[in-house]
Design a protein around this ligand. Structure first.
Ligand SMILES: *[C@@H]1O[C@H](CO)[C@@H](O)[C@H](O)[C@H]1NC(C)=O
Length: 187
């Protein structure tokens, strides 16, 4: 058992290290938006800031959520990469009915749902979103986003969101602002 863990470890860790810095220990358990309404969360959200994610190198990143008849949501994320508008479609589901702010999003039938937790939102201005995956309960890899209904948010709103992460033991010191300039002109 011990030997196989040692062998598997680097294989599991290396691809993750490239994408994100792993943290020791299991995922934090942040408080989420009480009485979360998926319906009120629908519509267009712009990415204002994020914890670095290698797979998103574009700019003008936004996500459009649309409620479906079955209670799940259609998710269309788009970005401009090398002058080209690219988009991917996925599905968001409430994973925990007791806590509807704990969503899962999958961008493919073959991929499992990734956690997408709404820590806080006023539905009309901003949203604080967190995703964390445990690896063998020994360490975790996480992603964090500040979303806005507009392409920019007041600094006070962004600082408030960062404090919220920090108060939940989520390290957002490496969080970077997303590029949302020149998005509404021609590509
Ligand atoms: C969001 O998706 C809905 C449903 O597909 C569509 O009607 C709407 O135009 C989209 N909004 C944006 C900003 O892309």
């Amino acid at each position: 058992m011990q030997t196989s863990l040692v062998l598997i470890f680097p294989l599991l860790v290396l691809p993750l290290v490239n994408a994100q810095v792993p943290h020791w220990g299991p995922c934090p358990e942040p408080a989420t938006q009480p009485a979360f309404s998926l319906k009120k969360f629908m519509g267009r959200w712009f990415e204002i800031a994020k914890l670095p994610a290698q797979f998103e190198k574009g700019r003008c990143i936004e996500t459009n959520f649309t409620l479906k008849m079955d209670g799940t949501a259609r998710v269309v994320s788009s970005e401009i990469l090398k002058g080209e508008l690219r988009s991917i479609e996925g599905t968001a589901v409430v994973e925990d009915l007791k806590n509807p702010a704990k969503l899962g999003i999958s961008y493919s039938y073959v991929l499992p749902y990734s956690p997408y937790w709404i820590l806080s939102t006023d539905y009309e201005t901003s949203a604080v979103v967190y995703s964390c995956t445990d690896v063998l309960r020994l360490f975790h890899v996480d992603f964090a986003w500040i979303l806005g209904r507009t392409r920019s948010l007041p600094a006070a709103t962004i600082n408030h969101a960062k404090e919220l992460f920090a108060n939940n033991n989520i390290d957002v010191s490496r969080m970077i602002a997303s590029r949302q300039q020149g998005c509404d002109k021609d590509l």
